[in-house]
Design a protein around this ligand. Structure first.
Ligand SMILES: C[S@@+](CC[C@H](N)C(=O)[O-])C[C@H]1O[C@@H](n2cnc3c(N)ncnc32)[C@H](O)[C@@H]1O
Length: 359
């Protein structure tokens, strides 16, 4: 038996015999060496609250709640990571019963209900978080995506930065292994279809490069490969690949406008799902691409007119809208096709892939 188990047994005997002062001293010893010892914290809170020993009763009870909420949160979070959203929801609900201000449980309920495809409940909890923290970009964006209020024309830079900074570490594993993500490979195949010969001297821009998955396939054609992205954490991972000649932190349209006539090829894989109205980005792309240059990109496809912000927090575009926006910016489409970009909740996510040229 370890020291604290033995001490706890002794304290229980002492308390039972009415020697609460000695018992409390032992509970305090246990908590000094093992602050998360729930049984000792509870026993101490009980006797302090009952006025049997001196001490701050509110602080003693708060210590119990803190230990319980923290361990329940850890169970909930693990369940959520493993897709056990029902267990996660029970844990987070229990936490809020104990401590209504436990913010991670509020956020956890939003995400777990979303994972459970209960979008109404997810909206309720994203809204609760957003009302508590009006400056929080992720919850505000999700309220716009799931609610019936006004929709932004694009995701804010802050939302994109926060979302991908949080997601960066798990991005490659989740996308490649769990979601069978293939947008960069599909864009590479499209590029080879329109540019089949041997090319190795291109100035290539990977717009919204993320962790650099497109760089893997497109490096071979590049005299210089440049990546631009809003998320510093994603960029760190792109840098670690040692594929890029330059990585720039910033918004892609501003970057492209600042670099007129510089690139032979722009690749944008799974980036325009954060931008609804494509006019500004495509006009900037037209400025940065050289005459005779190419742009290949993907969008999530929808059959509805135009584009919409979907419940996932991403935008989907109708292929006809994409073609029209590209044409308005000055591009000519060489090929466009639909294909599966990845999986989501076991269903294929249909995309539209296009290769444009500036003539
Ligand atoms: C889903 S990830 C795709 C990353 C990469 N293209 C790939 O296929 O793996 C979307 C990336 O686009 C970036 N992004 C979204 N909107 C952006 C914008 N307006 N300007 C720059 N980067 C943006 C995000 O930070 C994120 O790294």
């Amino acid at each position: 038996m370890d020291d604290n188990s033995e001490r706890f047994d002794r304290a229980t005997v002492l308390a039972g015999a009415g020697n609460v002062t000695a018992a409390a001293a032992l509970y305090r010893d246990i908590l000094a060496s093992q602050p998360k010892h729930l049984a000792a914290a509870k026993a101490l809170a009980d006797i302090v609250e009952a006025g049997q020993v001196s001490g701050d009763a509110a602080a003693a009870r708060k210590a119990v709640i803190d230990i319980e909420t923290e361990s329940t949160y850890s169970v909930g979070k693990t369940a959520q990571i493993h897709g056990r959203f029902d267990v996660a929801i029970r844990c987070y609900t229990k936490i809020l019963d104990m401590d209504p201000d436990y913010d991670d449980a509020i956020w956890g309920l939003a995400e777990a209900h979303y994972g459970n495809r209960d979008l109404k409940e997810a909206l309720k909890w994203y809204r609760a978080y957003s009302e508590k923290y009006p400056d929080d970009h992720e919850s505000r964006h999700m309220v716009a995506a799931l609610g019936d209020g006004p929709k932004p024309l694009r995701a804010s830079d802050d939302y994109v930065r926060e979302t991908f900074d949080h997601f960066a570490e798990d991005f490659d594993k989740q996308l490649l292994e769990d979601l069978e993500y293939r947008a960069p490979k599909l864009l590479h195949a499209l590029f080879r279809q329109v540019s089949p010969g041997s090319v190795t001297n291109l100035e290539v821009l990977d717009a919204g490069c993320g962790t650099g998955l497109s760089g893997i396939d497109f490096k071979a054609y590049a005299a210089s490969l440049v990546g631009v992205d809003l998320s510093p954490e994603m960029l760190k991972l792109a840098k670690a690949r040692n594929l890029y000649d330059d990585l720039h932190e910033g918004e892609l349209a501003s970057y492209m406008r600042a670099n007129p006539g510089r690139f032979d090829l722009i690749v944008a894989a799974d980036v325009f799902c954060y931008i609804g109205d494509l006019a500004e980005s495509l006009e900037a792309a037209f400025e940065t691409v050289k005459t005779g240059g190419l742009m290949v990109f993907s969008v999530e496809a929808q059959s509805k007119r135009g584009y919409s912000l979907t419940g996932s927090g991403r935008y989907a575009h109708k292929p006809a809208y994409v073609r029209k926006a590209a044409q308005n910016a000055g591009f000519k489409e060489i090929i466009g096709r639909t294909d599966t970009l990845r999986m989501e909740y076991g269903e294929p996510v249909k995309g539209y892939l296009t290769a444009l040229t500036k003539i």
